[in-house]
Write a protein of this length. Structure first.
Length: 140
């Protein structure tokens, strides 16, 4: 018998700041091919917030997601490995859209205990990385 579906944790009003940062970044998305603009914001343990948007390319496979752009910006601006405590993701169509598998793996690298808020079918949902990425890849 399969284990019960993971629970959706309550959205906290303290997450509003991160959501608003994601919304602002979303407006800068470069998505001429899909017309699907995504914005992400990450909160680091040291209190810094980084944002990213999706950036598409005529060679579709080169497109990169908002979440990874935010994380890579944080890495570029950090002397030490950044530690992600929370992530927020929004899209301009207002449809349910959780982080893709590649982004989940990258979030896990820098925030294995992070909570991730995104637009679900019934509004914003918040899940832990353990819920979003079961048995993620680790190189040890
Ligand atoms: Zn992604």
């Amino acid at each position: 018998m399969a284990k019960a579906a993971s629970k959706v944790t309550a959205f906290k009003t303290s997450d509003t700041m991160l959501i608003e940062n994601a919304r602002a970044a979303m407006k800068n998305a470069y998505a001429p091919y899909s017309d699907f603009k995504v914005g992400a914001a990450i909160l680091l343990k040291d209190g810094r917030v980084f944002t990213g948007c999706n950036v598409e390319n005529a060679s579709y496979g080169l497109t990169i997601c908002a979440e990874r752009n935010a994380i890579f910006a944080a890495v570029a601006a950090s002397k030490r490995k950044p530690e992600i405590v929370a992530v927020a993701v929004l899209n301009h169509r207002g449809v349910a859209c959780s982080p893709c598998g590649a982004c989940r793996q990258v979030i896990a690298e820098f925030g294995p205990k992070a909570v991730v808020s995104y637009l679900g079918a019934g509004g914003i949902v918040t899940r832990t990385m353990k819920e979003l990425l079961v048995d993620g890849f680790e190189l040890k």
